[in-house]
Design a protein around this ligand. Structure first.
Ligand code: FAD
Ligand code: NDP
Length: 536
């Protein structure tokens, strides 16, 4: 399995481009905390820094991912002297990439583009019904997709570098370790450097875990490798049953690859289990295979040119299957082990994560943590970006707003997307009492699906959880549908404003859309467990 080399180096021929999506840590209009809707003049000439301490920099950021770049960018906009180090150590399979962190290189961006590719592949039936010629005989060209995705990623890497220069942020493409709480050692294998800083933000993110079984690193890959694989993955085993496992197996299946998911216990731990099981049913009906209640115990490749033999334990029975690719998606650990935290006094938990307070302060006063490195918080790009911005404004802009980690909307990009905001049904009932929660729900079929009649009824489903004790305030929203992410973003805003069921229903729907199916839900699960719904 030979991944593309996507080094952060030579991007000269790639035009300047800034992604408009979640990796948008460099928005062209600065955010005004006191009035987020105010449009300001863009200043490409940050004020000259005024030094109030003996260190080289006002701020040093370790990690050039979603959170780190955001914090560095806003600190520089506020006139501070900022440096940032970003360095990617190759995965066991040899993959490496440029600046921008997980989201841009091996996360949200390539994932969403491959998810979209999967949707295109799944639309073939609809296209035929719409009279659009479809070639069903030619198999998917993996190399073409990966080439297009990687080209886009390189343009983003280039854009980030250009913006660091524009903002006068000193960029070290070097691995950073602490010498003490104000001193950073930098090393790229060829040269070394030492710098000091008044404040330091740890935004090192994480990397995928391996199960620690024989052959895992030799024959297995992770999300660090899949998006740049040079050859089509072929028959693939995906180990894990959460976000990454289901998203990757979803697009692989949709693109026509024989894909099996090995599930240890439940789907999407922490999410609404009714929704999680509906996703699994949908995926199974669309060709993804599942091996339930199993964990791999060893990977072997008796013939170097042949398949990977996977031995697994299913309910105490050892079995073996053969695959071309084995993808581990079993969680991530934070990258703090080798940065010499001991020299600073900052304490890390066993998974490498840092416990911070609500100001993102570690136990050492001048050292902060944001993004995936934070213990017990959501591992999501917009969370890291926003936390970085708010931290910079608190440190250097005189603002006090804290990051709100509650009611953060999120979407699992399985082919049929699952959007969620607020509490799962289980958590809502545990928090407020089952008798105080009403679950309004319905199944529905998007109009677009009418073209291809063979699509089953009931795949799309929405439920709105309300707390009867608070005038039916919406405490949980869950939708399984195409473009669920777009719908959930809007409902997330309403939930931030404390929307009640009555207010939700007072909004006039847009017809014919999926979003209108979230409005005016009449039946509760308690009174009407059958969520089937009629037409227009
Ligand atoms: P990162 O983006 O991981 O950046 C940390 C950077 O620091 C890396 O470049 C790392 O190499 C570098 N670094 C580490 N140690 C050092 C050091 N000592 N010196 C110098 N540099 C160092 N989130 C979403 O919101 N939506 C999605 O759709 C989504 N999809 C995802 C799909 C996948 C497959 C994965 C893996 C993640 C996905 N995420 C998604 C999560 C998202 O990517 C992360 O939450 C986000 O990237 C975290 O940002 P961060 O700044 O904390 O860390
Ligand atoms: P998670 O930690 O969410 O899930 C890990 C999965 O692997 C679980 O299903 C777990 O099963 C299983 N597992 C753990 N250890 C083993 C093992 N030894 N053998 C077999 N199975 C095992 O990790 P992910 O890698 O899926 O995602 C990491 C994070 O990245 C997410 O939490 C999310 O915040 C972020 N992300 C966000 C996305 C988005 O916004 N769309 C997309 C992708 C990632 P069990 O339940 O039994 O413990």
């Amino acid at each position: 399995m030979e991944p593309f080399s996507v080094d952060g180096g030579a991007f000269e021929s790639v035009p300047f481009q800034i992604d408009g999506g979640a990796g948008d840590a460099f928005m062209s209009v600065p955010f005004n905390i006191s009035d987020p809707f105010a449009v300001q003049e863009v200043s490409h000439k940050p004020p000259e820094p005024v030094k109030t301490h003996p260190y080289d920099y006002d701020l040093f950021v370790i990690g050039g991912g979603s959170g780190g770049i955001s914090a560095a960018r806003w600190a520089a906009e506020l006139g501070k002297k900022v440096a940032l180090a970003d360095f990617v150590q190759p995965s066991p399979a040899g993959s490496t990439w440029g600046i921008g962190g997980t989201c841009v290189n091996v996360g949200c961006i390539p994932k969403k583009l491959m998810h979209y590719s999967g949707i295109l592949a799944e639309s073939k039936h609809d296209m035929q019904m719409a009279g659009i010629a479809v070639d069903n005989a030619t198999p998917h060209k993996w190399e073409t997709m990966v080439g297009s995705v990687q080209k886009h990623i390189k343009s983003l890497n280039w854009g980030y570098k250009a913006d660091l220069i524009k903002l006068k942020i000193k960029y070290f493409n070097m691995y950073a370790t602490f010498k003490d709480a104000h001193t950073i050692h930098l090393d790229n294998g060829k040269t070394q450097d030492t710098v000091t800083a008044d404040k330091i933000i740890i935004a090192v993110g994480g990397r995928p875990q391996y199960p620690g079984i024989p052959g895992d690193k030799e024959y297995g890959i992770t999300s660090d490798d899949i998006f740049s694989l040079k050859k089509a993955p072929g028959k693939t085993l995906v180990v894990g049953a959460s976000y990454i496992a289901l998203e990757c197996s979803g697009f692989l299946t949709a693109l026509g690859y024989d894909t099996t998911v090995m599930v240890r216990s439940i789907f999407l731990r922490g999410f609404d289990q009714d929704m999680a099981n509906r996703i699994a049913t949908y995926m199974e009906n669309h060709g993804t295979k599942f091996i339930r209640g199993a964990i791999p115990t060893k990977l072997e490749k008796p013939d170097p040119q042949g398949k990977i033999h996977v031995t697994f334990d299913q309910s105490g029975e050892l079995k073996t299957e053969e695959y071309d690719t084995v993808l581990f998606a079993i969680g991530r650990y934070a990258l703090t082990k080798n940065i010499n935290l001991e020299s600073t006094g900052v304490k890390a938990e066993s998974n490498g994560k840092l416990k911070v307070n609500d100001l993102e302060e570690t136990n050492v006063p001048n050292i902060y943590g944001i993004g995936d490195v934070i213990y017990g918080m959501l591992e999501l790009t917009p969370v890291a970006i926003k936390a970085g911005k708010l931290l910079a404004y608190r440190l250097f802009g005189g603002k006090t707003e804290k990051m709100d980690y509650i009611n953060v909307p999120t979407t699992v990009f399985t082919p049929l997307e699952y959007g969620s905001c607020g509490l799962s049904e289980e958590d809502a009932k545990a928090k407020y009492g089952a008798e105080n929660i009403s679950t309004y729900h319905t199944e529905f079929k998007p109009l677009e699906w009418a073209l291809y009649k063979a699509r089953p009824e009931g795949d799309c489903y929405v439920k709105v959880l309300v707390n009867k004790l608070e005038n039916e305030r919406v405490v949980g929203f869950h939708i399984l549908s195409p473009n669920a992410g777009e719908v959930t973003q809007g409902v997330g805003i309403a939930m931030k404003c404390g929307v009640t069921k009555e207010l939700l229903d007072s909004c006039v729907g847009i017809h014919p859309t999926i979003a209108e199916d979230c409005i005016g839900l009449q039946f509760t699960k308690e009174d009407n467990p059958d969520a089937a719904k009629g037409g227009c």
